[in-house]
Write a protein that binds this ligand. Structure first.
Ligand code: GLN
Length: 454
């Protein structure tokens, strides 16, 4: 049914870069046969899933939305993909994204943009617009995203779907094509909070192949979602972050947010206001740290090891000239912009002024979170300041595009988990997201509060 739906609507939505129909059907049939034989399988066995194209999948093309990886078929699976396969989830295909996950609109994909199913003239969010649009268009019931600065949560908000960025280290990064290693996390993209909890438990947990993977077991996420479904939040302290709400947020976004606070109060939660004074600097720090790490991570795309290789058209062929020609053609403008920014910020003489300062701001943001979590069990805000903007509207203005991430970026800088749940429609008839943040390792709180709001 999902393959039929993809065939019917993906021409207009363009959520997928690759559809693995044969493989998905084979897995589905195998799961059916095992169930018929009486085997006890995972509750999600047989439920198809779409995977963001930045996640390495054995035998399926993986481009990260870039021309530089066109035609590359990985010889191995990411840990999270191994876990999906082991649990019996058929992989429907790979979803579109901004090149190397740099963007908030999916317009930076080298393979064309994805359209928001709510209004095809609008962006589906980014960088994981393909995964969110696949859910919103009913092309897939589950998807995987990655979130370095909001790429799971902001697409969730603008497409009316659920997106979860787990605690840093909670889901293995082995087999994710790294954007910024200290910020990247993979997580669930679903239509309900319970679905996210089920999926999170499949993909999460310790992995010895990721040096930053947390050693302990995940807290009970499905149990927390089920507890929240009862709608009772008595005793839960909910902190409204004053810096992530107010000026710059669209009126309809603020109105829906206020209504949800009222729902939380009615469910028994105590709503308090907290201040995180350094959050105003999070965006600036992020856009130094991310390009710095990205410029280093992307150095491996040199025309020698993966995907595209372009020989210089004239003159002698040297390694350096092959690299220059390959990167010149293989990387898009946004990727080049960030590599230049990052190498500049890291260069001798500027390191202390830029990268060093940004790291200090990062510590201050972590301290803001620590203080806020003394006053509240979870923190909340709108996920994004606006609803989906029109395709092309911010493409020529990188700063305007970056500003869409103000509310999502602090969580990545501090490594704490975050969730976006659908929060009704704004005055323009488009979906709004409600963001919930919890302390590191307390992802279960997101599920309890998120499920209560649903
Ligand atoms: N929009 C942010 C950026 O462009 C988020 C990226 C992400 O989470 N992958 O960097």
């Amino acid at each position: 049914a999902h393959l039929d739906r993809i065939a019917a609507v993906d021409g207009a939505v363009h959520a997928f870069l690759h559809v693995s129909a044969e493989e998905a059907l084979a897995t589905a049939r195998e799961v059916d046969a095992r169930r018929a034989a009486g085997e006890e399988l995972h509750p999600l066995a047989g439920v198809p899933i779409a995977v963001k194209d930045v996640v390495v999948t054995k035998g399926l093309p993986t481009t990260a939305g870039s021309k530089i990886l066109e035609g590359w078929v990985p010889p191995y699976d990411a840990t999270l993909v191994e876990r999906l396969r082991a649990a019996g989830l058929p992989i429907l295909g790979k979803t579109n994204m901004d090149e190397f996950a740099m963007g908030s609109s999916t317009e930076h994909s080298a393979y064309g943009t994805t359209h928001n199913p709510w209004d095809l003239d609008r962006i589906p969010g980014g960088s994981g617009g393909g995964s969110a649009a696949a859910l919103a268009a009913y092309e897939a019931p589950l998807a995987i995203g990655t979130d370095t600065g909001g790429s799971i949560r902001q697409p969730g908000a603008v497409t009316g779907t659920v997106g979860v960025k787990p605690t840093y280290g909670g889901v293995s990064r082995y087999g994710l094509i790294a954007l910024a290693s200290s910020l990247d996390q993979a997580g669930p993209v679903t239509r309900t909070v319970l679905d996210s909890a089920l999926l999170h438990e499949v993909i999460g947990g310790h992995d010895p192949r990721d040096a930053t993977s947390l050693p302990e077991d995940l807290p009970g996420l499905v149990a927390a979602a089920r507890a929240g479904q009862g709608g009772d939040l008595t005793g839960v302290r909910v902190g409204v972050v004053d810096e992530l709400n107010g000026e710059g947020y669209q009126p309809g976004v603020r109105a829906r947010f206020e209504e949800s606070l009222e729902l939380l109060r009615r469910a028994g939660a105590e709503v308090v206001h907290v201040s995180c004074p350094h959050f105003g600097h999070a965006l600036a720090a992020y856009y130094l740290i991310l390009p710095s790490e990205a410029s280093s991570n992307l150095a491996k795309f040199d025309g020698m090891r993966f995907g595209l290789r372009v020989e210089p058209t004239e003159g002698t062929v040297t390694a350096e000239r092959v690299m220059a020609a390959t990167r010149g053609q293989g990387f898009g403008d946004e990727v080049k912009r960030r590599i230049i920014l990052g190498t500049y910020a890291l260069s001798a003489g500027y390191y202390d002024a830029y990268y060093g300062s940004a790291q200090k701001v990062r510590t201050l943001i972590q301290q803001d979170f620590a203080a806020a979590f003394e006053q509240a069990d979870v923190l909340v805000s709108p996920t994004a300041p606006t609803t989906a903007f029109r395709l092309g509207e911010k493409l020529d203005d990188p700063l305007a595009m970056y500003l869409n991430d103000v509310a999502t970026i602090p969580a990545n800088l501090a490594g704490v988990p975050g969730m976006s749940v659908p929060n009704g429609l704004s005055e323009d008839g488009l979906p709004v997201g409600f963001q919930i943040l919890a302390p590191a390792r307390a992802d279960d709180r997101l599920y309890r509060v998120g499920a209560a709001l649903e």
